[in-house]
Design a protein around this ligand. Structure first.
Ligand code: MN
Length: 361
């Protein structure tokens, strides 16, 4: 972990004395807290403080401090807000420039920090944090690989579970249960199950729609392992695929292969997307690929970078990205195939290995 912290300070490169990451209640927990501490759990209201020498201090409530088993961090326990503030002040007593994460710090907490550290200059290091998190270290890659293995295994089991009239929500429940049975601590994001014409909506909200013969059945989900995520999508045909369904599937599959071929160290995020998009636009499904080709993945589902036209950044070794082209025909249905990929020296490694061929159930 010391290595990770030192690298982070190098990337930020702003001559700061410390980084302070402060969580609020559950939905306002800064994922960089987990990056800095290597912990899992929630750590509501808690804080992590890192120093350029690699030292990390964690300030945790007494409810959560007992979950910390790490030996390479300094743990402080608070029982009240006053204690939390006093400890923060004390740990940072000789820090003049303190980095904060404007992406995730609540405004009220920002004001509070200013109050308890009146002499410190607070400097936004959100860009550096994102940049550091974009290139994964060995430990992070290990966790992502585990999350990918779980999601892939579940994806391969789905065709056996499907039956006529099962609802989307029933499948959501089964997928999330299966992931936990295989060792996931949580789902990575709201699981999407879309049957029939619902599959034409990339971010469909699953409901009581029942599976019928001839439907596309689209599943977009991921697992969480030690806070790291996977993200996979598979689309099946329930029954025999029509000619149009086959064409849609083969187009998306080929588009994804083009994505895999273009995605490499040194190419830009934008290039990958344009290669995939221009392929689809040369087919009869022109204009039916309506989102970006993928995104970086890690502690967050959208971890900072996107394979889209606006991103001129260059792909580097140890980035993890999704490649997820799709074709969507309103009122008919859609196909998306999504896999997670690790950029390596001169090649890529596909981390999700569920079957990619069209499956007719
Ligand atoms: Mn995705």
């Amino acid at each position: 972990m010391k290595k990770r912290i030192k690298r982070l300070f190098n990337i930020i490169n702003k001559d700061i004395d410390a980084i302070l990451v402060k969580n609020s209640s559950r939905t306002h927990v800064d994922l960089s807290f987990y990056y800095i501490t290597g912990l899992k759990g929630v750590f509501e209201q808690g804080a992590a403080i890192a120093f350029p020498n690699g030292d990390v201090h964690i300030i945790a409530s007494q409810l959560e401090a007992c979950n910390i088993r790490k030996k390479d961090v300094n743990v402080h326990v608070f029982k009240s807000k006053k204690e939390l503030n006093d400890i923060t002040k004390n740990v940072l007593k000789s820090s003049k420039k303190v980095g904060i994460n404007s992406e995730d710090l609540l405004h009220k907490d920002y004001l509070e920090i200013k109050k308890i550290l009146p002499k410190a200059r607070l400097i936004d290091v959100s860009k550096g944090l994102l940049e550091a998190r974009m290139k994964k270290d060995e430990k992070e890659i290990k966790e992502i690989k585990k999350a990918c293995r779980i999601a892939s295994k579940v994806a391969d089991e789905l065709p056996d579970i499907l039956h006529e009239n099962i609802t989307e929500l029933d499948m959501v429940g089964r997928i999330e249960h299966l992931m936990r049975l295989k060792g996931a601590e949580d789902r990575a994001f709201e699981t999407i199950v879309a049957f029939g014409k619902n599959s034409a909506l990339p971010h469909h909200v699953s409901g009581k729609t029942k599976l019928k013969k001839g439907n596309f059945a689209l599943f977009d989900f991921g697992a969480m392992v030690n806070r790291y995520l996977s993200d996979i999508t598979r689309t099946f045909v329930y029954g025999k695929a029509s000619k149009l369904q086959k064409e849609m599937y083969e187009t998306v599959k080929k588009a994804q292969e083009i994505g895999f071929d273009t995605l490499k160290e040194g190419s830009t995020f934008k290039e990958v997307h344009l290669a995939v998009k221009s392929y689809i636009d040369k087919t009869k499904f022109k204009g039916k690929f309506i989102h970006g080709t993928g995104h970086t993945l890690g502690l967050a589902v959208h971890d900072g970078g996107r394979l889209n036209e606006g991103y001129k950044e260059i792909l580097e070794e140890n980035m993890v990205l999704t490649v997820e082209p799709g074709v969507y025909l309103p009122k008919i249905g859609g196909v998306r195939i999504e896999d997670d990929v690790l950029v390596k020296k001169g090649k890529i490694e596909i981390l999700t290995n569920a079957k990619r061929e069209l499956i007719e159930i």
